[in-house]
Ligand binder design. Sequence first.
Ligand SMILES: [Ca+2]
Ligand SMILES: [Ca+2]
Length: 356
Amino acid sequence: MGKLAVLSLAVVALAVFIGERLVTLRHVALSYRELTQNYLPNCHLIKGIECGSEDITIIDDGLAFLSTGVKAPGLPFCSDDPGKIYTLNLLDSEPKIKALSIKGDFDQDTFNPHGISVYTDDKDGTMYLFVINHPRGNSQVEIFEFVKDEHALKYIKTIEHELLHSVNDIVAVGTESFYATNDHYFSNEILKIVENFFTLPWCDVIYYSPETVQVVADGFLLANGINLSLDKRYLYVSDVLKHTVTVLEIKKNTVLSRVKEINVGSLADNIELDRESGDLWIGCHPNGFKFMLGDPNDPPGSEVIKIENIHSEKPLVTQVYSDNGSVIIGSSVAAPYRGKVLIGTVYHKVLLCDRK
Ligand SMILES: [Ca+2]
Ligand SMILES: [Ca+2]
């Protein structure tokens, strides 16, 4: 075969390969999806948050913690200001955000908070806030004590580890132990794009304690949200690019067994639980391409999915809310509390709805 023929074959093979990848990525990103509006009653935007509240978690007494202002490479963001943690009391008649001050030797100028989790120590009731932080593009976990009387976070320590290389979300299971998801295998930004282009299932879940650090689950395309069941027996992990939530049973801290995978039909991000029913509420990205582009003239929408009876034979997956981006752009979390739900976004606003 002549050189020209070999070259022509190579070009055709490459074109076919790239074409196949683009078709696959379109499916993975759900870019063909048409979203119909499905609104909740009594919704209003929370004043004071314009640049994202990627993760939100609510404690028993109705106090919500909001992780705001995350900046991720490749994603739109609207402010250079450092991130902040706010609270908002859902039992107030007109809930308002209030920034938590940070005390101790902590670099607030590079604070870039992402996933969060609250852990209460049964022994003395002390509450700890665990925060995924990306200062200067790094990945690390910050542990703070929540000092309620002073409305402050007291800095305790930073945890860095080679296995915590691209951490996205976290669920604390002790005063110094947690599970966390890595949303990429590579840390290098270009290799991350390659990883997504080839849709490699190389993401994992890490268990961390001062004694042990190890991978406890793997095979995710893009592991993202993580949370515990109310009885703390199961771990739930969302896979954005697979549109699923995986249920893992905790046999021992470091021994998990895969129970099932539930398709939610959307790019699933953070998972929060209804503290009464145990239902999973998932902030989702209905269209991955629009989410990455963040074009204000053709904005990505928002979607909230609920999973009921997840441990039964037939879990019920329903859409609770959807919007084409005219109200709220790029939802990443939906935290329920007694009939209310707080919907947060990666780089836009926060919506509070009261379903009663
Ligand atoms: Ca989370
Ligand atoms: Ca997340």
